[in-house]
Design a binder for this molecule. Structure first.
Ligand code: AMP
Length: 434
């Protein structure tokens, strides 16, 4: 095959069937689980005013190095950016629409970051995201973590860990920052050049450094936990107690700061042990009690998470769980007459909520049977000249489960017969309003 002239841009991928169907199933599973916890879906634009995302923090890689920003054709041009994450965009929507609180919403879709592509790290990647805006009850923190955990478990994942931390609140943060800065200043000579630059903007982010020369200094740095004031400490204790009450295992990770600057108090991260170290984060989140205000809204606390769909699917592969579902089609209609029967029978079956497919282009019996096998359908409904003349179809069990593998039934009975044999099939017919 000749080299294609164009390929998907570096760091992006085409997601093809059956993987694309599996992704959709994953998002559907997420929607079901969070829907049962009272969250509704919202959808925000894929691009926003760049200013919305600058709130992520001027010391973060997401803002300084990875933003896909551009000016559009308006006059004067607007400075826009493809969204690198959802929380800031959802908070912007909250400020714009002022819904009643607590606002429990979820969202899914592609995010864009100009990162160095590698396995599990892409420039376009998908997230499912969930936010509770308008309450600082620690039970909200427990709820979002519990919902994420339930989602992972529903996919069959077991090999993952939850780390939590508190980054303190506006009362406890300044004291801690002073202590941290003191420590970093004392080791200034040994810090990496990058960490020195980060330190000038946000010393907290130095704790996130993976550079070998910084490790010792980070390991001996003071931890927030020792500086938490009364309210922040009580919040963290309530979070820990709530997780324990639900039997959710966690480890307290005092240096967990995460890559976005807006977090206050609770932060958490889920890591998969089935994935390679540097790309093992399958989701994370935290509280952002100042973000809504930063975006021009009233003081409003919030908490949420984003889970990486691409990485969750990689973790599922690594743990051999949540395989692609091959059972989308129940019946493959093989019609070797003029194919009008295939047209009608497929439509009838589909209307009854039964998965039905067919071939196009009047192919031979052999070719159509091959397609039937490949479709994953449980049954072939075969219509040849004899069946057409008799008003029947021959039903063949393609998986050999049916006692009499092949039998002829009246064509008019096909929907009733399939409904009888197949596992429950919800009807897609909608009741009419009038
Ligand atoms: P963040 O928005 O940085 O808190 O990331 C939340 C989750 O999104 C991470 O735990 C990853 O699972 C996923 N993620 C973040 N960046 C990428 C990327 N470049 N490629 C794939 N997944 C990503």
């Amino acid at each position: 095959m000749a080299e294609p002239r164009f390929r998907a841009p570096r760091g992006t991928r085409d997601i093809l069937p059956p993987e694309s169907d599996r992704r959709r199933d994953l998002v559907t599973r997420f929607a079901e689980i969070v829907g049962r916890a009272g969250y509704s879906e919202i959808s925000t634009p894929i691009f926003e005013d760049l200013g919305v995302f600058l709130r992520i923090g001027e010391s973060t890689d997401v803002v300084t190095k990875e933003m896909y920003d551009f000016r559009d054709k308006s006059d004067p041009p607007q400075h826009l950016a493809l969204r690198p994450e959802l929380t800031a965009a959802i908070c912007r929507a909250f400020v714009e629409h002022r819904p009643t609180v607590p606002w429990k919403v979820w969202c899914e879709g592609p995010q864009f970051r100009y990162e160095k592509p590698q396995a599990g790290r892409y420039r376009q990647f998908a997230q499912v995201d969930l936010e509770v805006i308008g309450t600082d009850d620690p039970h909200a923190d427990v709820e979002v973590i519990a919902v994420a955990q339930q989602f992972y478990q529903s996919l069959g994942l077991v090999d993952f860990r939850l780390a939590i931390n508190s980054l303190g609140d506006h009362e406890s943060r300044p004291g801690y920052m002073a202590a941290l800065l003191n420590h970093l200043e004392a080791h200034r000579g040994d810090l990496s050049e990058q960490s020195l630059a980060t330190m000038a903007k946000n010393p907290l982010r130095v704790l996130d450094s993976k550079r070998p020369e910084d490790q010792k200094i980070v390991a001996s740095a003071p931890v927030m936990a020792d500086h938490l004031g009364g309210a922040a400490a009580a919040h963290f204790t309530a979070l820990c107690d709530g997780l324990s009450a639900l039997g959710i295992e966690y480890e307290v990770s005092p240096r967990l700061v995460r890559g976005l600057d807006y977090y206050t108090r609770t932060t958490f991260e889920f890591a998969s042990d089935a994935l390679e170290g540097s790309q093992n984060a399958i989701g994370g989140g935290g509280r952002y009690d100042r973000l809504v205000e930063d975006l021009g809204g009233p003081p409003t606390p919030g908490i949420g998470f984003a889970l990486g769909v691409d990485r969750i699917l990689l973790a599922c592969d690594a743990e051999a769980v949540f395989p692609a579902d091959p059972d989308r089609i129940d019946v493959f209609v093989v019609d070797v007459t003029d194919q009008t029967a295939a047209l009608a029978v497929c439509a009838e079956l589909r209307r009854a909520g039964i998965g039905a497919d067919r071939s196009f282009g009047g192919r031979s019996m052999k070719a159509q049977m091959k397609l039937a096998d490949r479709s994953g359908a449980r049954f072939a409904a075969i219509i040849g000249p004899d069946e057409a003349a008799a008003g029947t179809v021959t039903l063949r069990d393609l998986r050999g489960g049916d006692q009499d593998r092949q039998r002829e039934i009246p064509r008019d009975d096909i929907v009733a017969e399939m409904t009888r044999i197949l596992p429950t099939t919800p009807t897609t017919d909608q009741p009419r309003l009038s």
